[in-house]
Design a protein around this ligand. Structure first.
Ligand code: HEM
Ligand SMILES: CC(C)=CCC/C(C)=C/CC/C(C)=C/COP(=O)(O)OP(=O)(O)O
Length: 302
């Protein structure tokens, strides 16, 4: 009887540990980041077949590097994460995991991730991943407390996964990679400002300055969301214009862009958290739909 209890206890511990590591690497966010890298890899003209081994390797390498960046972010922000409802249950912030354990994981993960990218793909993609890791963990993260300009800087490592995936497939930084970078770069502003709108009180209590306006969720912030959604319309036409995808995805991307614009306009008109939540969920759907549409409609030249 006693033995069963001990067994149950240890499996509970393992489940708890797994859950902690999922939180440490911010699994859902990292999954989407790596998804964007894999789709960009598959969009590269030199990648002509759907090779599962390479897809799994890119996914694993990307997840390790991104997970490491998110771990360093949680070590650096452990005190402020502890002050916010949204983040207080994270393993390092809550004290369930010692920073030394998190550091050990971060170092092993970045080394393993860079090795996978460099050895199985090329050192261009590994170099870009290291650059991205550095900008996110050591430039964006400390700047969050200083100014909303940090979001502009954070959008660089946020969009680089597209270029990393493209470089892994193409071994060069050609137009298609930059086009995907541009789409993901501009997408991040409506995405994040909706999140910051919802959690504004939390962010302010912890001393973060992330909204475009110092007063927080104002009409000005909503206008910024509208402006970036407007910019996304011509940027979303670029894959068709540079010849990397066809007419069907052109229209799908256009509809997705009009949806983002409409959601941002509704935020401006309603000025409610409910409207910000719509922008946030809309942004998740947007990126998945746009990337998949481009891949389904790939024109393998260039
Ligand atoms: C400037 C760049 C970005 C900022 C500041 C940002 C910020 C955030 C924050 C704070 C959350 C947490 C929301 C919550 O706790 O409910 C979040 C969620 C999320 N972000 Fe972003 N993000 C950025 C870029 C990206 C990129 C590039 C991707 C993917 C390609 C991405 C995908 C996601 C996903 C999938 C979630 C949902 C995670 C979950 O529900 O656990 N984000 N983002
Ligand atoms: C290849 C590579 C290493 C890329 C880096 C990818 C990466 C982590 C992108 C996310 C971009 C970003 C600024 C997220 C928000 O973090 P946050 O600190 O504002 O979120 P939080 O408040 O929830 O901690």
């Amino acid at each position: 009887m006693e033995q069963v209890t001990v067994k149950q206890q240890s499996s509970l511990n393992i489940a708890g540990k797994v859950k902690d590591y999922m939180m440490l690497i911010k699994f859902s966010l990292s999954f989407m980041v790596v998804f964007s890298a894999v789709i960009s890899y598959l969009l590269a003209p030199k990648v002509v077949e759907f090779d599962w081994l390479h897809i799994i390797l890119l996914f694993t390498g990307g997840l390790l590097v991104t997970g490491s960046a998110n771990t360093v972010n949680q070590i650096v922000e452990k005190d402020t994460d502890a002050m916010m409802m949204r983040t207080s249950k994270r393993p390092v912030a809550s004290g369930r995991m010692q920073p030394a354990e998190a550091w050990a994981f971060a170092i092993i993960a970045i080394a393993a991730g860079l090795f996978i990218l460099g050895y199985f793909f090329n050192w261009l993609s590994a170099g870009l991943a290291l650059f991205s890791w550095f900008v996110y963990a050591y430039m964006y993260t400390p700047l969050k407390k200083v100014s909303a300009v940090s979001v502009l800087l954070g959008a660089v490592p946020g969009a680089l996964p597209c270029l990393i995936g493209w470089a892994a497939g193409q071994d060069e930084l050609s137009a298609g990679g930059w086009v995907l970078f541009a789409i993901q770069f501009f997408w991040q502003f409506p995405h994040f400002w909706a999140i910051a709108w919802i959690s504004h009180k939390d962010y302010t209590n912890a001393g973060f300055k992330l909204m475009p306006s110092v007063e927080g969720p104002t009409k000005y912030s909503a206008i910024q969301s509208i402006i970036y959604s407007l910019v996304l319309i011509p940027v979303g036409m670029l894959p068709y214009l540079v010849g990397m995808s066809g007419m069907i995805s052109f229209y799908i991307v256009l509809v997705a862009n009009l949806m983002m614009l409409w959601l941002s306009i509704r935020l401006y008109r309603e000025m409610e958290k409910k409207a910000a939540r719509r922008v946030m969920f809309g942004s998740y759907i947007y990126l998945a739909v746009v990337l998949l549409a481009l891949l389904m409609d790939k024109i393998p030249v260039g």
